[in-house]
Design a protein around this ligand. Structure first.
Ligand code: FPP
Length: 246
């Protein structure tokens, strides 16, 4: 692994990942889909370790979308099992690495056993001050934005805010990502060029990195390669290149 090729002064603060291609990886290896997810969980673990090691402050992993409930029941069940396993079996390591766990998404509507395991790990890691690992669970960007709109409408109705108070900042504060800075880099694996209802508001200015690899093949080295690629980009936020050089 070549970690030295990374410029330590230009580490993205927040990296978000759409972990796609577990099913196709399994098919390619003539295995059940579950096996692909299991291997995918290993990638999630490796990427968490390397992100924390290089100094990423926030890592968001898209583990389960609102739309994923439409998958066959046994696959949903095995994904929930992997999540429980992921947050319980790796709890000591999360604490050793000083990682704080956070969830974004519709937490209340998750099965009770998932909520319990996740909650226990959130509480156990709450005072950690290193990287924040954010798992997007039962998450959908449109759902999140509609909830924000409802909350703003409620505040307006109660005369807590005026129309002029509604701006980018207020809207961001009503999202489940309210305490998290926007992603600097969004990675998607498996050769698909889509966003799939993930952090639509938050990625307005994110750099996008698409990998041809299926998620189970995306490990530490591939994460480093994505960071190096990101470091070559010029982020202009609407300005011109020469304005930035001044
Ligand atoms: C996409 O592959 C992946 C998922 C829907 C689930 C991701 C979950 C994990 C990697 C396991 C647990 C994660 C944590 C953080 C503990 P796909 O099934 O859509 O693949 P396909 O498009 O090839 O069918």
């Amino acid at each position: 692994m070549h970690i030295d090729i990374i410029d330590k002064t230009k580490i993205p603060q927040h990296v978000a990942v759409i972990m796609d291609g577990n099913g196709r990886w399994a098919k390619k290896h003539k295995q059940e889909r579950f096996f692909g997810h299991k291997k995918g969980a290993e990638s999630a673990k490796e990427v968490t370790e390397i992100a924390s090691e290089i100094g990423v402050k926030y890592l968001t992993l898209y583990a389960f979308s609102k739309e994923n409930w439409n998958r066959p029941e046994d696959e949903v069940h095995s994904l929930m099992g992997l999540l429980i396993q992921g947050v319980t079996e790796n709890l000591d390591q999360l604490n050793d690495l000083n990682i704080k766990l956070k969830i974004i998404g519709d937490f209340e509507n998750l099965p009770e056993n998932v909520k319990k395991s996740v909650d226990d790990s959130i509480i156990s890691t709450k005072d950690n001050t290193g990287m924040t690992l954010i798992i997007a669970l039962n998450y959908g960007s449109r759902w999140e934005m509609i909830e924000a709109v409802k909350s703003i409408a409620e505040s307006y109705k109660n005369n807590d805010i005026t129309l002029n108070d509604i701006d980018d900042k207020l809207f961001s504060q009503r999202l489940t990502t309210c305490e998290i800075p926007d992603p600097d880099l969004l990675i998607r694996t498996s050769g698909e060029f889509r966003i799939s209802n993930f952090l639509l508001w938050q990625i307005s200015y994110s750099e996008l990195f698409f990998s041809e690899l299926y998620w189970p093949d995306f490990r530490k080295q591939q994460f480093i390669d994505a960071i190096v690629d990101y470091q070559k980009r010029e982020r202009r936020f609407g300005k011109t290149s020469s304005q930035l050089k001044k």
